[in-house]
Design a protein around this ligand. Structure first.
Ligand SMILES: Nc1ncnc2c1ncn2[C@@H]1O[C@H](COP(=O)(O)OP(=O)(O)O)[C@@H](O)[C@H]1O
Ligand SMILES: Nc1ncnc2c1ncn2[C@@H]1O[C@H](COP(=O)(O)OP(=O)(O)O)[C@@H](O)[C@H]1O
Ligand SMILES: [Zn+2]
Lengths: 248, 248
């Protein structure tokens, strides 16, 4: 059918649209998206977050907003709001144990609904937590919002950095700017003796940033607190603004 | 077009077909698939591995077989063979930095090609390293091979266990048996002082196994050796059969 109307699709909105991508799953895209959103909110920006990982939705849990959204008479969906951030996720529409068994084209339709039917108001940033891979959703985001930018998240090892590099190759083909690379799970500092171990290796983040000509935005350590914050719905930035992980 | 002929699709093959799934990416599906395959090979079984993660392919690197396959005159593809395992991956067909930018229906076609055009011979086990999510590939595997079974991999935290439970819900709907749950990255033993930290929390594996009524098959620790083996193409089972990680 005809594409729905949304300020993000018609160009009326002046919001910066940033897709947080990695190619590989489990490297910390959702964690970085949620913490970045809360950090931007604390700086006074109005921020929206769309959980575009339809099968592997996790933003609702990570922001502690696993309830259903308010839907107005005209079918407008009010976004969830917590920690100074507005957000919407499949986690707000179905139970967490409910598998979403859809084929590719449904993903783009869902994204359209999140963009057009949710009342975002005037946001400065719209962050999209992208699913792993360079398939249907990545293609839909690029086709619907060609001016969106990409923030690349990787862990240090070659296996993850190579997949992230494939995303950069995809972004290049579609003229989306990669605004930078964040390396997550860079090291683990033992809580007992303080020694650091590079469990996932070293250097992958800087290597890709160099290869693709994008700024390297820094490293985040692997910490139990970051993981616990994600499980409990209190992002580390909100929980402990002073910690080095939050400042990165 | 008409479905290609393959012993795995016509039921001629007596191989046990096991999809290694998790729902979430980055929890260790590929690592478990590759190590399980090598371990079965060491026990004398003939094992084939299909890297069904088309966008996030990593099996070729993990088995140290990043070269191109031999293709016979009649377009039959000879599988790669290393560490006593036969395997095929997108990593054998394209360069590692090459993004695969396909929509959903292409995924099923690629799976069909891996099943029908590759000369697997008589294998006892066919392991499928599944992509994250419950989308096109999961649906294609279930439709093409309804008797395939699912091995579920999760990490201990709630966020990952919930997504794995969605896969179990999907398997139930499609009558695929879940043969068991493996919990990966269960704890990290500091190489300096030996103390263990449950970085990713505890209990997710056992909780899902209990909830879905499937056997809990054990825990694997988070070790630098497992990660390094994956990056260098020498699976830990092949590298150090005595280590506790390999025995699980
Ligand atoms: N820096 C970190 N320290 C500890 N745990 C982390 C860190 N980053 C991510 N995690 C945990 O790792 C898991 C995967 O992260 P997630 O953000 O869901 O990755 P993705 O969105 O790439 O799949 C989550 O349970 C999360 O809490
Ligand atoms: N038990 C483990 N110890 C250390 N690293 C691991 C372990 N399991 C997986 N990894 C590493 O974590 C990353 C993700 O694992 P991978 O098998 O690719 O997950 P998936 O297939 O679920 O995306 C890889 O770099 C891998 O080497
Ligand atoms: Zn220690």
């Amino acid at each position: 059918g005809p594409q729905k109307k949304s300020p993000f699709l018609t160009g009326e909105s002046s919001a910066r649209i940033i897709g947080v991508a990695s190619g590989k799953g489990g490297v910390g895209k959702s964690t970085v998206t949620v913490n970045l959103a809360v950090a931007l909110g604390k700086l006074g920006y109005r921020v929206g977050v769309i959980d575009a990982d339809i099968y592997g939705f996790s933003v609702a849990r990570m922001l502690g907003m696993l309830t259903r959204p308010v839907v107005l008479d005209n079918n407008t969906i009010m976004p969830m709001a917590r920690h100074g951030v507005r957000a919407i996720s499949m986690g707000n529409l179905v139970d967490e144990d409910q598998p979403i068994v859809w084929r590719g084209p449904m993903l783009g339709k869902m994204l359209e609904q999140f963009l057009a039917d949710v009342y975002w108001g005037d946001v400065d940033y719209l962050l999209l937590d992208l699913p792993p891979g360079t398939g249907d959703m990545a293609l839909s985001v690029q086709q619907m919002m060609p001016h969106s930018e990409i923030l690349l998240v990787t862990t240090p090892q070659a296996a993850a950095a190579n997949v992230a590099q494939r995303v950069a190759g995809f972004a290049k083909k579609t003229n989306q700017k990669v605004i930078g690379v964040i390396e997550n799970m860079a090291y683990f500092a033992c809580p007992h003796c303080g020694e650091q171990t590079a469990i996932f290796g070293e250097g992958g983040g800087e290597r890709i940033a160099h290869d693709i000509g994008a700024p390297f935005l820094g490293r985040l350590p692997l910490t139990t607190a970051v993981r616990a914050g994600g499980d409990e719905g209190t992002p580390i930035v909100a929980a402990d603004p002073e910690s080095p992980a939050a400042k990165a």
